[in-house]
Every structure is written in structure tokens, then in C-alpha cells.
Design a protein. Structure first.
Length: 365
């Protein structure tokens, strides 16, 4: 499988607006076949959503509309290019929040039409899945654990367009669970970093919380019951002290770690069995939750024990950005794909169309 032959000199403009980051980037295929990031600008909307403790779709869409044109110009300026220097425009077409997707899609289509560029509608999950190819030159096959505010997936990346989903969340995404726990404890948004900070000063054994899905054969995730268990534990205390909060965060994070470790261990075994000849199998950790040091350290142990190497792209490439979208678009362009301007935005767009639907899984599946 692998990748199509590189086309040196190809320049792709990338656009990302599927959630709460507005982003534009330019990626070029270099002379040696390497992918070069010529510009990569991201505007996080965190401050606009903070008061609500989560992303508000309507606010996100309006903010993309306001900021995307400015970011697109800025990307061009940083790369020192003209619109005429581009070969293609790649845009996240889904999955994500419809309002934001439409802003990105219409902007990309207008650019493609007015400048006569190839148009490529990119799957956001695929862009994440291929990001270690861009950042570390990794080659498939490899095993991906994507844990962000919108997704929680285990995917075997076999080659361009070939992904096998091992598991997904049947309810909340992991980052979402961190954000909700933070919200119920009155911590800031996004909640992940706050929960991690408090957890460092807490007792992970104080509260007996469930380890959802641990020990189960299928590789799915579930975090909604764990979140409810944290709420029940919090409500059992009349006035939460700082120490209570720290202990709750530590107990929650520990439950998450044990669940992830169990899932990843099994996934490594499965991947290994399916690729018996692979000399140096790799696990890639991506998504905002991969920033959590306690989680990273625990999973590094699991991966090492399984005989895999661990790759965690730099944080800026783990979270939402347009360079990964431009890069996925570049690979598809090199493979000869060109999408019609009638391509739709898709709130749902599974990476692996053959994956059996996970029972109860909603949009995040
Ligand atoms: O990939 P990402 O930046 O964006 C989207 O999913 O759109 O992931 C953001 C998520 C948030 O839910 C945030 O709380 C979580 O990643 N996160 C963390 C940490 N840093 C960010 N979760 C746990 N520990 C962290 N240190
Ligand atoms: Zn994402």
C-alpha cells in the first residue's frame, strides 16, 4: 500500500474550520520528496468559548467566517507566495460542526474556482492519522491512538486511504470528559490542562471510580459513566475543598490511564498479529489529550512493553491545524484525486467505512 510517488514542487493550500480552531497552511513537496510546511497559522477560539465551558457551534461558525480570510492571506504572505503559485486547495470537509465546515468549504471552493486550482475535500480524521508522516517521516503501517476533544479512536493506518478502525468511543470523547469533569469542579476551560494540574497534587486512590471497558475484548471506549461517577462522588461531599478537587481529578485521571492502557495493550497485540513481519512497529499518539504528561508516561510504558516505538508529534501538530489538512490533500493530489466543487460538507464521515457501527456511538464514533 504506502503512498503514491511524490510530485516535487507541488504546493497545496490547507484550510481547517471543523471545530474551534481557524487555520490555514501551505505545504510543498520538496525536491527530495519531503513535505515542507511553508506556512502554518492557527487561531484558537478558546477565549470565545471559555465562558460556556465548551465549544458553542454558532459562535464557532461566526468566528471562522470573521477570521478565515485574514488567516488565508497571512499564510500566503508567510510563505512569500502568490495565489498563482498554488496547485491545489485542500479543506476539511468533515467530520465536525456543520457551521464551521461550511465556512471552510465555501472559502476553499471559491479559491479553487477563482484561481483554477484542484479541489480536495479532506477527512479531518485522516489528516490527524497522517500527521506523523508529515512531522516525522513515519511510513505506514502504524497504530494510531487519537484522543482529542472530538474523537477517541484506535486506528490501524495501512496506507493512503486504507484505515481500519479498531475502536471508538461509544459516548463521550476523552477530551470532552476532561472538560466536563473540569466544569463540574468549577475549573477553567479547556479542562484537560486544569485537571492534570490538580491531579498532580491529589490522591488517585481516594475515590473508587470505574475503569470503563477495561478487560473487554472489543477495543471501544466509554467515558460517560466515569464522568457520572465523578459527579456522584463530588456531590457526596458538602463543600469541596481544594484537596477534595485534587483527589477527584487524580482519581479520574488514574481511571482514564488504566482504561487507555488496557485498550492500547490489546490494540498492540491485535496489530502485531496482523503484521507479523513488521520489524519495528510504531504507535502514534495524537490529539489534544496526548499533551497530558501522566497519560503519555503511562502509555509509553505500555508501548515499550509491547515492543513498539512511541511517536508523539509535537503538540502543535497533535491539535487541530491546517498543515495536516494540506499534507493529506497533497498525498491525494499526488494520487490523482480531484474532487468536484459539489462535494458536500459532512458532519459525520467515518475514516473506515467498513467498521461496524459501535453500539450507542453517536457523532464521535
Ligand atoms: O485536539 P484538540 O486540541 O482539539 C479538538 O478536539 O478540537 O483537543 C482538545 C482537547 C480538550 O478537550 C482538552 O481538554 C484536551 O484536549 N486536553 C487535555 C490536556 N490538554 C488538552 N486533556 C488532558 N490533559 C491535558 N493536559
Ligand atoms: Zn481534530
Amino acid at each position: 500500500m504506502g503512498f503514491p510517488p511524490p510530485l516535487p514542487g507541488t504546493v497545496v493550500f490547507g484550510i481547517e474550520t471543523s471545530c474551534d480552531e481557524t487555520a490555514a497552511a501551505i505545504v510543498r513537496r520538496g525536491r527530495e520528496g519531503e513535505a515542507e510546511i511553508l506556512a502554518d497559522v492557527v487561531l484558537s477560539q478558546i477565549a470565545e468559548h471559555a465562558a460556556f465551558g465548551g465549544v458553542v457551534p454558532e459562535i464557532a461558525a461566526r468566528s471562522h467566517l470573521e477570521h478565515l480570510p485574514v488567516l488565508m492571506r497571512k499564510a500566503l504572505e508567510i510563505a512569500g507566495m502568490e495565489w498563482a503559485d498554488l496547485n491545489a486547495v485542500a479543506v476539511t470537509a468533515g467530520p465536525g460542526l456543520m457551521g464551521g465546515l461550511l465556512v471552510g468549504m465555501m472559502s476553499a471552493k471559491a479559491l479553487a474556482l477563482s484561481r483554477n486550482l484542484a479541489f480536495i475535500a479532506v477527512n479531518h480524521l485522516e489528516a490527524h492519522a497522517l500527521s506523523p508522516v508529515l512531522t516525522e517521516g513515519l511510513s505506514p503501517p502504524y497504530l494510531l491512538l487519537l484522543v482529542s476533544g472530538g474523537h477517541t479512536q484506535l486506528v490501524a493506518v495501512e496506507g493512503l486511504g486504507h484505515y481500519r478502525r479498531y475502536g471508538t468511543t461509544i459516548d463521550d470523547a476523552l477530551g470532552e470528559a476532561f472538560d466536563k469533569v473540569a466544569k463540574m469542579l468549577g475549573l477553567g476551560y479547556p479542562g484537560g490542562p486544569e485537571v492534570e494540574r490538580l491531579a498532580a497534587a491529589g490522591d488517585p486512590r481516594r475515590f473508587a471510580l470505574p475503569r470503563p471497558m477495561k478487560g473487554r475484548e472489543e477495543l471501544h471506549f466509554s467515558f460517560s459513566g466515569l464522568k457520572t461517577a465523578v459527579r456522584t462522588a463530588a456531590l457526596s461531599i458538602e463543600t469541596l475543598t481544594e484537596q477534595d478537587k485534587a483527589d477527584l481529578c487524580a482519581s479520574f485521571q488514574q481511571a482514564v490511564i488504566e482504561t487507555l492502557a488496557d485498550r492500547l495493550q490489546r490494540a498492540c497485540r491485535k496489530f502485531r498479529a496482523e503484521h507479523p513481519d513488521l520489524a519495528a512497529p510504531a504507535v502514534v499518539l495524537a490529539g489534544g489529550v496526548a499533551a497530558n504528561r501522566a497519560i503519555r508516561a503511562a502509555l509509553a510504558g505500555v508501548v515499550e512493553e509491547a515492543g513498539f516505538s512511541l511517536h508523539a508529534p509535537p503538540l502543535a501538530m497533535c491539535t487541530d491545524n491546517a498543515a495536516m489538512v494540506a499534507h493529506a490533500g497533497l498525498l491525494h493530489y499526488e494520487q490523482g484525486r480531484r474532487d468536484l466543487l459539489s462535494a458536500p460538507a459532512r458532519a459525520r464521515w467515518p475514516l473506515d467505512p467498513n467498521a461496524e457501527p459501535a453500539i450507542f456511538a453517536g457523532v464521535k464514533g
